[in-house]
Design a protein around this ligand. Structure first.
Ligand code: TRP
Length: 356
């Protein structure tokens, strides 16, 4: 199988992730996982295979799970509109439909947990403007959004993300490779806070990234699958919508199938999607389709997605029909997250001598 070329530090992260996975299996109760998504649209199959599946696996293994709907991160590059509640409830429905259990996991939103947001202030004092300005993911996002100006929130959101992770003392963060710079600044902030305000008995843990083993799925235009590029297969799409979307997917004119991510990225991504849905390898899917060409590949991908997600889609439809239940589940998560954040802020104030 051809693989993506990794830099030495990315390879080291993968290696750390692998040994971490073994350690979690051995002692799940010593881990607390936090992960999150921006509420900018419906979650899609890339989210599912890239991170949702990891979260559910950890939850079911007995790891304590917190899931954040990052509604302040949503305003880094856009103005949110009156449909935000609908988008947030849609994400809630996606979460519960895929198997995140609101009785075990804490699902919450930034804007509803004031004490989490307040941690941004002490954390900003621990990093320099130059350090914040070097973040490659922020630079990519600014370029991708085509922003004429960069807001202070866009510039500093990785520090806010450190607050997301540290407010609950999460020591495990399942993310994609693009999030590694944010994890690095989180570790720096934890270390500096401990050195300055809690020497001898570190207050914040330095969290580890858990990288997904599934390579990235491309969107139907061959670019990175992302809500803002409008190139996704949403989890909640109907079977017909899925057929229409995949029917438009970019491929190439070579009829014989082969899994070559570097040379044939679009075909490789459809093979991978089909394989992930069916629990096979992309090479096996390629062999099955043989010289069937793009039409057979798209039909196979459509069937695979529709079969795999049928139960999730049915559950999602039932959940979406009960907005009161979704709102109550989020309210409960917000309350639990606030209790944790209030406790952390109280200790942070004490360690920073802000008790009068
Ligand atoms: N930055 C993440 C993204 O764009 C979302 C996010 C916000 C997050 N806070 C987080 C991810 C904390 C992991 C941990 O997808």
């Amino acid at each position: 199988m051809s693989t993506v070329t990794l830099t030495p530090s990315q390879a080291a992260s993968h290696h750390r992730s692998d040994s971490l996975a073994a350690a979690i299996e051995h002692d799940p109760a010593s881990y607390r996982m936090l992960s999150g998504d921006r509420p900018t649209g419906a979650l899609h199959v890339g989210h599912y295979f890239g991170s949702l599946q990891n979260r559910i696996r950890l939850q079911d293994a007995g790891v304590e799970v917190l899931v954040l709907i990052a509604d302040y991160q949503a305003v880094t590059d856009r103005v949110v509109s009156a449909d935000l509640p609908e988008v947030v409830m849609g994400v809630m429905a996606d979460y519960l439909a895929v198997g995140i259990d609101p009785d075990r996991a804490v699902i919450f939103a930034h804007s509803q947990v004031p004490a989490l947001n307040q941690l941004l202030l002490p954390f900003l004092s621990l990093v320099s403007v130059a350090e914040i300005g070097r973040n490659p993911t922020v630079k990519d996002e600014v370029a991708a959004a085509g922003l004429a100006t960069v807001s202070g929130l866009m510039f500093t959101y990785p520090v806010h993300q450190a607050a997301d992770i540290l407010f609950c003392h999460a020591n495990l963060v399942p993310v994609g490779m693009d999030q590694l710079p944010h994890l690095e600044i989180t570790r720096t902030i934890a270390r500096r806070f401990n050195d300055r305000y809690s020497p001898g008995s570190p207050y914040f843990p330095e969290p580890a990234a858990l990288l997904s083993s599934a390579p990235l799925l491309l969107g139907i235009d061959g670019q990175k699958m992302s809500k803002s590029r409008h190139n996704t297969i949403p989890l909640r799409a109907t079977a017909d919508e899925t057929a229409r979307l995949l029917g438009r997917a970019k491929t190439d004119s070579q009829r014989a199938m082969s899994y070559e991510p570097d040379r044939r990225p679009e075909v490789a991504s459809l093979l991978l999607l089909t394989a992930l849905c069916r629990g096979m390898t992309p090479e096996e899917v390629a062999a099955e389709i043989g010289a069937g060409g793009a039409a057979r590949l798209k039909a196979a991908a459509t069937d695979a997605v529709n079969d795999r997600f049928a139960p999730i889609r049915a559950r999602r439809a039932a959940l979406a029909a009960d907005p009161g239940y979704l709102r109550a589940a989020l309210a409960k998560g917000n309350e639990r997250a606030s209790a944790i954040a209030d406790g952390t802020l109280r200790i942070v104030r004490r360690l920073m001598h802000q008790q009068y």
